[in-house]
Design a protein around this ligand. Structure first.
Ligand code: FES
Length: 263
């Protein structure tokens, strides 16, 4: 796997929910995409917007050399992406980040996959790859409301899926931490836990699995360079009494074991 920069071609773009878009890109760079949980860094095609935008890879299709990204419109950069059409090109740097470690679970074992909001997209490729290995996946997905929920059918096609919404308009009322607690209370203990979402959700998982050796968290940090050069994305290490030891989320992450980092 090698990091590359390429002008990739948009083959399709579709809106999934208010402010949530699905973007399919084609190019040779897809050959370098293997591990789920990695991201690409996209140049905004507007001269006044200098910083690239990091967006996680939702799925990889090596046979067609395409990948899918799902993103939420958050500001001027992603607003520009949302106006783009099939046939146009984007300057893509990637794949970046370490990706989820899928080697720790074997066929017949169980993985909990936990996602919240715009942290959900990279978990789809992860679940697909674990399925291919024969791992039993159980999804726990949380959204703000039914209106902004997406990809429910896709996850359900891969395994048991539990949903929660903050306002109770779809699935259980509350957050995914509550869903997880209920399942754990029934004695269902996973062999691995993979999660991506806001810091509060990751903290809840850290709290629920204090000694589990295979809990992997994908951190959402603000990024600038995306390649480990600027230190805009550091977080601190657990067990460091000096407070001076840090890791770079873009380069050494975005995925860390829960035991490694302070959330
Ligand atoms: Fe520059 Fe992580 S974004 S070091």
């Amino acid at each position: 796997m090698q990091r590359k920069q390429e002008m990739m071609t948009i083959v399709a773009q579709k809106q999934l929910a208010p402010r949530i878009f699905q973007l399919d890109l084609q190019g040779e760079l897809v050959k370098e995409m293997t591990r789920p949980g990695q991201f690409v860094h996209i140049k905004v095609p507007r001269a006044d917007l200098l910083l690239r935008r990091p967006i996680s890879i939702n799925q990889i299709d090596h046979s067609n050399e395409t990948c899918r990204l799902i993103y939420r419109v958050e500001g001027s950069g992603t607003e520009v992406f949302a106006t783009m059409k099939a046939g146009e090109q984007l300057d893509i740097l990637g794949p970046l980040g370490n990706g989820f470690d899928v080697t720790t679970v074997a066929a017949g074992q169980t993985a909990f996959i936990v996602g919240g909001g715009i942290g959900i997209p990279p978990l789809y490729e992860l679940s697909k790859q674990l399925n291919e290995k024969g791992v039993k996946v159980i999804h726990f997905l949380g959204y703000a409301s039914k209106e902004v929920a997406y990809y429910q059918q896709e996850f359900m096609a891969l395994g048991e899926t539990h949903f929660a919404t903050d306002d109770g308009s779809f699935g259980a009322h509350g957050n995914v931490g509550r869903l997880l607690s209920e399942v754990l209370a029934k004695g269902r203990i996973p062999d691995a836990v993979y999660a991506c979402g806001a810091n509060g959700m990751l903290k809840a998982i850290d709290y629920l699995f204090p000694t589990h050796p295979h809990v992997y968290l994908s951190l959402e940090e603000r990024m600038a360079c995306g390649i480990g050069a600027c230190y805009a994305c550091v977080c601190h290490k657990k067990g460091d009494t000096t407070g001076a030891k840090s890791v770079k989320v873009c380069d050494e992450g975005p995925i860390f074991k829960a035991s490694e980092v302070i959330l």
